[in-house]
Design a protein around this ligand. Structure first.
Ligand SMILES: O=P(O)(O)O[C@@H]1C[C@H](O)[C@@H](CO)O1
Ligand code: GUN
Length: 291
């Protein structure tokens, strides 16, 4: 099949799904972080589109980000999964990084579940812990790298959105409850995620500064997507897998690398899958109950 006809076919299928979403059939979007694309594996009736075949969609350039948009159902809930998301360090603007979130909003999605891999700053955190994100620090935002800079598009939200409750309290509570039901309480934490632009991992001095600032973990994504999701009124839940401990000590010999990050993501994928699957069905029930 020629590339042109493949793009034509994918585009018409994509618009077919968009139509279904607009009629209220879709409600949850899952953004899968590094090595976590297999969160989509449990979905039934899957339909997959490669980012490269979607007009004007960015493409993934990082290992562990498959670059596919997967539509499917989990226990009767309709979902869309992003297998891989975009980062500033790839050279994308924050407008491109967050484009999918606005597409989800236009599709009728109500809740966004964002996952990522991050380094643990909080000394109590262990590798393999899952941190329910309570709040974030937008470090690039402090330096003017903010997805809402520029003319405000009133169709999505207001000029000066409040971020004090970016992460839904109800969904955080639900994540902790579901985690406990699954017997995961020992390694489910709550904490503050800090975004840095990357692509390098932290120096020791930077890590110590982040600890003083109140960060529990650090990563290179999520905050732009969450900011744009909150701006346009989506409910957000963030789950961060602690893939490594960030060095706070000059005498520590271990050096972090992306392969290790992906290896830990793979190791924890099954637990995260169970958590996300159960959360999605419960999240849908909550949404039904509150409407
Ligand atoms: O895409 P996420 O934030 O899940 O992945 C983190 C940040 C970098 O992309 C990568 C570094 O190993 O992990
Ligand atoms: N910035 C940053 N991102 C990460 N993603 C996974 N681990 C880390 C880390 O230690 N630092």
């Amino acid at each position: 099949m020629s590339r042109r006809s493949l793009i034509g076919q994918t585009t018409s299928l994509f618009f077919h799904w968009l139509e279904r979403c607009r009629s209220g059939l879709w409600s949850v979007a899952v953004i899968c972080g590094s090595g976590l694309g297999l969160l989509a594996d449990r979905a039934a009736n899957k339909q997959t589109f490669r980012y490269q075949d979607i007009p004007n969609f960015p493409v993934s350039t990082v290992a562990g980000h498959e670059g596919c948009l997967v539509f499917g159902t989990i226990e009767d809930t309709s979902c869309v999964f992003m297998q891989g998301h975009f980062h500033l360090y790839e050279g994308y603007s924050l407008c491109q990084v967050t484009l999918p979130v606005r597409i989800f909003k236009l599709m009728g999605v109500e809740s966004v579940l964002v996952t990522n891999a991050s380094g643990g700053i909080c000394p109590d955190f262990k590798v393999g812990d899952i941190m329910v994100i309570k709040d974030h620090i937008n470090l690039p935002g402090f330096a003017g790298q903010h997805p809402l800079c520029g003319p405000n598009d009133e169709r999505f939200g207001i000029r000066f959105p409040c971020m004090s409750d970016a992460y839904s309290k109800d969904l955080r509570r639900l994540a902790l409850d579901v985690g406990s039901e699954l017997g995961c309480s020992d390694f489910i934490r709550e904490g503050v995620y800090c975004m840095v632009s990357g692509p390098n991992f932290e120096t020791i001095a930077e890590a110590r500064m982040l600890l003083i600032l109140g960060c529990d973990s650090v990563g290179m994504s999520t905050v732009p997507e969450v900011t744009v999701a909150k701006h346009c009124g989506l409910r957000v839940l963030g789950l961060s897998l602690i893939t490594n401990k960030v060095s706070l000590d000059y005498s520590r010999e271990e050096k972090v690398n992306h392969e290790e990050v992906l290896q830990i993501s793979k190791m924890r994928a099954e637990v995260l899958q169970k958590l996300v699957t159960k959360l999605i069905s419960r999240c849908q029930q909550q949404s039904i109950n509150t409407h």
